[in-house]
Ligand binder design. Sequence first.
Ligand SMILES: NC(=O)c1ccc[n+]([C@@H]2O[C@H](COP(=O)([O-])OP(=O)(O)OC[C@H]3O[C@@H](n4cnc5c(N)ncnc54)[C@H](OP(=O)(O)O)[C@@H]3O)[C@@H](O)[C@H]2O)c1
Length: 317
Amino acid sequence: MTSKWLYGRNVVLTGCSTGMGKEILLILVKKYGCNVMGIARNKAKLDELKKELGDKFSYRRINISSLDDWKNFAKELEDMGFMTDILINNAGMIQPFGQFNDLTDDQIKKVVDTNLLSVVYSCKAMLPTIKKSKYGYICNVASASAILPVGGESIYSATKGGVWALTECLAQELRGFGIGVSCVMPGPVKTDIYKAREGESGPKADSLVESVGITAQTAGKRIVKAIRKGKTRVVTDGVARLMDFGMRVCPATTCKMTGNLMKKFSPKLASFKPIYQEQFDRKDEIKKMKKERNKQVYKKLKDVPQGAFANDDVANI
Ligand SMILES: NC(=O)c1ccc[n+]([C@@H]2O[C@H](COP(=O)([O-])OP(=O)(O)OC[C@H]3O[C@@H](n4cnc5c(N)ncnc54)[C@H](OP(=O)(O)O)[C@@H]3O)[C@@H](O)[C@H]2O)c1
């Protein structure tokens, strides 16, 4: 396929009202003349975009975490003659930064629904149409935390890891149909996603991203370029590349080092504090527990008191 294939395509794009999604939308419509059907919730922002982009842009405010909504949406598009060539699953959210144990059931469900199930459902509902297109393409936006899971973002990392795995499988399954598939792994990008994080006020939580992140415009440009070139695995920036490199060369050390560094900087960085605060508060108690545990660990099997194992099979290992 020549790199001009993107011009004039019909695109379904989730999360188009702001951040990276908005930049992807602007490039697709203004530079490539695509017809974009956007999905998001903020009506005021969507109406503003409609005013700016005119007929090339339409939007729907469906529940992305509902398979029925996606199926009805896919049918509506077919009925109105909008034959989708490209599906871009970009909508997403982050979790409150902190220990996995402190997340409520509702917080966990919301992140899984928004980040993972929405992608599963949209692919399921849209694939039959995409398979009919000569230019079929699916692009899922995961995160660098799919490559290197980050403590304090356990559920977020798990959902993005899921998106990555699903996307790689789709790439394998769909190659034979001539359908392109991309999984995008951005590192930190300066968008409002961090301001929407529950229980945190914006600017403090943003400080690290502000210093090392790329802009939404740069991320948008790189994502569209990757789709145009048909790249399966898209690592958008230096931080993501560094994480990727670490996980290729020495995964165990990279994971351990990431946790150690975050712990070290947590007293200074407001967003890391909730992850390690309990460990700092209970430092002496934990130290004592570890010491007692080490004392109790038997050096040789013959030192183990008789009857210590519940059954003989274990003792014979
Ligand atoms: N920013 C980063 O540092 C970063 C890094 C790695 C990966 N990512 C991923 O990149 C993607 C885009 O992130 P971003 O930073 O551009 O985020 P953003 O600025 O917060 O924008 C998120 C977009 O998703 C939409 N959205 C969120 N939940 C939705 C829902 N339930 N239903 C419909 N639309 C929904 C929002 O629209 P409404 O508010 O109008 O509903 C908005 O358009 C996400 O998947 C994110 O996880 C971001």
